[in-house]
Design a protein around this ligand. Sequence first.
Ligand code: PMP
Length: 354
Amino acid sequence: MKKHNFSAGPCVLPQEVLLKASEAVMDFNGSGLSLIEISHRSKDFVEVMEKARSLALELLGLENKGYQALFLQGGASTQFLMTAYNLLETKAGYLNTGTWSSKAIKEAQFFGEVVEVGSSKDGNFNYVPKDYTVPEGLDYLHLTSNNTIFGTQIKQFPKTDAPLVCDMSSDIFSRQLDFSQFDLIYAGAQKNMGPAGATLVVIKEDILGKVSRQIPSMLDYQVHISKDSMFNTPPVFAVYTSMLTLEWLKNLGGISAIEEINEKKAQLVYSEIDLNPMFKGFANKEDRSTMNATFNLVDEKLKDTFDTMVKEAGINGINGHRSVGGYRASMYNALSLESVGVLVDVMSELERKG
Ligand code: PMP
């Protein structure tokens, strides 16, 4: 039986994408060769890379606006340092909204002064700071749009003259935004795109080339751009599968269509959390993420009972991160409304059992 997969990432992918990807592993485009045994310089794979890059820009509404899309390696964690390596000359601002922002700050400190413009550490990151000011003269301001572990999401992005850099690892392609307000967006593939191994970086080209330091080739965005995201052997399987997911999303109607479904899923689970006296939500209501819903049992003694019920319903991956405890239902693009319905039924069944 296929499970209801609420895993935080790597996570659920569309069934048709998994099918096509597995077919390509056996026989790519009827070539008699596997996708993962052909040259990345072959015409067939170069087309895949180009398609993945252009679909990413198209879905974000960033075509012909001076942006480049790259599929790099090293995960979003490498972007913590690569953004700073390429953009931080003297001083950068960071909004600290959780574990991942804190890690980004740590890496940036190797390259220059880091100003923490705001932090929600005092509330164990259960909210998104709002009353902060952005100092003048920043090389960039770094934000994390969705805090995967704590279940908060930035709803309103700051208006600032500083270039905006955003880690969108856990909510890219999930909601409509004016993506042109960002100068650099990065996201590991393993949530809304594909398997782990590729990281999408979308860069407004004119922000590059302004730092005075020498940048090693593999960490230099300009090198990757000049080589059409093929400076070295790209993660071919991850890029191909990401391309399939982006195609799936486009055929579904793009970000506006998936946003509607994502909102329904989030409403369903949050209204259960709010109405069911057995549970309490972790994140501040106004900052709640549509991707990761974090909640706890009011009575921890019911944990074993609830966990057994969850398992029997075929639900996978709702254990909370150790820094929050409780539960986290991750509802990425490919998770169906039906799966959320199954979880909500189990939650209300717990209430009935008392
Ligand atoms: N940023 C965010 C928001 C994340 O959720 C994660 C991973 N879950 C990362 C960064 C780190 O990504 P990676 O494991 O690809 O380095």
